[in-house]
Design a protein around this ligand. Structure first.
Ligand SMILES: [Zn+2]
Length: 463
């Protein structure tokens, strides 16, 4: 009798262990099966070279940017579109780290927990990107062969509507000399997310922000009818133990005029007056030394050497030179925050996701930055940037919506200057922030401003 009792107890233990194992498996299956399923060793979804063989990417207007036909991944029909969207869509060889094909596979793969897979219909999901491929084409065309990048996004929703990085190439016809030909140097790098560049005068916006909040009475000047302090530019000024120069003598100016004239003498003196620690704190607050998480990758941080700089170095740093380096994406987000009153959305590729039957699936929620600029300061900076467009850049070059901008031109030892044109549109319908950066292309207000104008005119219809 005792023997039987022992056996029953033993069998019960085995049964309980078995049930516990099954429960454990079901819990892990429920939590992780989707992740297991998407791994690149799943030959139902990936080719031998690791290329995702399910899912369609379209632009916001339904233009197919990549799909799978007869077990092969295809790209946009137009070669120009393939080149203009390469760094957002990605490539078969997986060289483009910021490509949607590798970063959005969670959304491209259609997975049914009960059925396991989409083996019945290998189409997968359709991810509708926020990208406007026509605006990307316009940007690539307007860049006219220059190396650089263009980014435009909705600072309220985070949707990236235009993104071009050059040099680029056709992912279906990779140039044989891509590794050796200098004109393709860095072609795999998405410069918008992964590079940093000397900001030049676009950085005066951060110095302006620090001035408004730290120089006595500076912000008060912008209340109605308040008297305005004036600053004199003689064409050069001694900052610390050395001379900082302007391209010309700007004469007597208000702060608004000095910003519109992009006066080095005034902004270098003000940066030195503010000091390295204050300038450092404002660079960090503006998010320019932050890295942003965009889907599965991180944007590159900018870098500044302000805390240890001498007064003279701080002067050049305050006008965006010395060792200042800024990432275009962080700069665009900062401009979005100025337009949006302090905070901006973090960029995203996705507008909608549809399953094989056209049913809408959930998309990631919009993520917002910390406060990058105090709302009251943002209001003043916004006004001064609008003034730049009206007084300096030319209202009639741009769409008929309120907008603000700042240019930057960085002279090079040889060849044309590197240049920036960065700003925002103030519109409920088109709340866009934008950044254009071009190497050896000319002036910021000229060459980079022309690219910005072409892209914004492609995105915003004439009313
Ligand atoms: Zn000046």
């Amino acid at each position: 009798m005792r023997k039987i009792e022992h056996r029953v107890r033993f069998c019960t233990l085995i049964l309980l262990a078995f049930i516990a194992g099954i429960i454990g498996f079901l819990v892990r299956y429920h939590r992780q099966s989707e992740r297991w399923y998407e791994q690149s060793f799943n030959k139902h979804l990936y080719s031998d070279t690791g290329e995702l063989l399910t899912g369609t990417l379209t632009d916001r207007n339904g233009v197919v940017l990549s799909s799978v036909e007869n077990g092969t991944r295809k790209y946009a029909i137009s070669q120009a579109v393939r080149m203009a969207t390469l760094h957002t869509v990605g490539d078969s060889a997986g060289k483009i780290g910021t490509g949607a094909l590798s970063n959005l596979r969670d959304y491209l793969v259609s997975y049914r927990r009960r059925l396991g897979a989409n083996l019945v219909d290998p189409t997968g999901n359709t991810v509708v990107l926020a990208l406007d491929s026509n605006a990307c084409l316009t940007a690539l065309d307007a860049m006219n062969g220059a190396v650089g990048c263009v980014g435009v996004y909705n600072y309220k929703t985070g949707e990236i509507v235009c993104l071009v990085s050059t040099p680029t190439y056709d992912p279906t016809d990779v140039p044989a000399d891509i590794e050796t030909n200098d004109s393709y140097r860095g072609a795999y790098v998405n410069r918008f997310f992964y590079s940093t560049f000397t900001p030049g005068s676009v950085f005066k916006t951060v110095t302006l922000q620090a001035v408004l909040e730290n120089i006595d009475g500076a912000a008060d000047e912008f209340t109605p009818d308040a008297p305005r302090r004036t600053y004199t530019c003689e064409g050069s000024v001694k900052v610390g133990d050395n001379i900082i120069t302007c391209p010309k003598k700007h004469g007597t100016q208000t702060l608004m005029e000095a910003y519109a004239n992009s006066c080095n003498c005034v902004f270098a003196s003000l940066a030195a007056e503010l000091g390295g620690e204050t300038m450092s704190a404002y660079v960090a607050k503006a998010g320019l030394t932050s890295s942003y998480k965009i889907h599965n990758f991180q944007s590159t941080k900018g870098s500044f050497e302000l805390a240890s700089a001498s007064a003279y170095q701080l002067g050049w740093s305050g006008v965006g030179l010395h060792h200042d380096l800024v990432n275009p994406c962080s700069l665009m987000i900062y401009l979005g925050a100025i337009a949006n009153g302090g905070k901006a959305a973090v960029p995203t590729y996705i507008t909608r996701v549809l399953d094989e039957n056209g049913k809408e699936l959930s998309v990631p929620k919009t993520v917002y930055t910390e406060e990058l600029i105090a709302p009251s300061t943002a209001r003043i900076v916004r006004g001064l940037m609008e003034n730049n467009v009206i007084e300096v850049y030319g209202r009639d070059r741009f769409p008929a919506v309120a907008m603000g901008a700042k240019s930057g031109t960085i002279e090079q030892k040889t060849g044309k200057s590197n240049c920036w044109f960065a700003g925002f549109v103030l519109s409920d319908e088109y709340p866009y922030a934008f950044v254009v950066y071009l190497e050896h292309a000319g002036s910021g207000s000229g060459a980079a401003g022309d690219v910005a104008a072409a892209v914004l005119n492609a995105l915003i219809p004439v009313p």
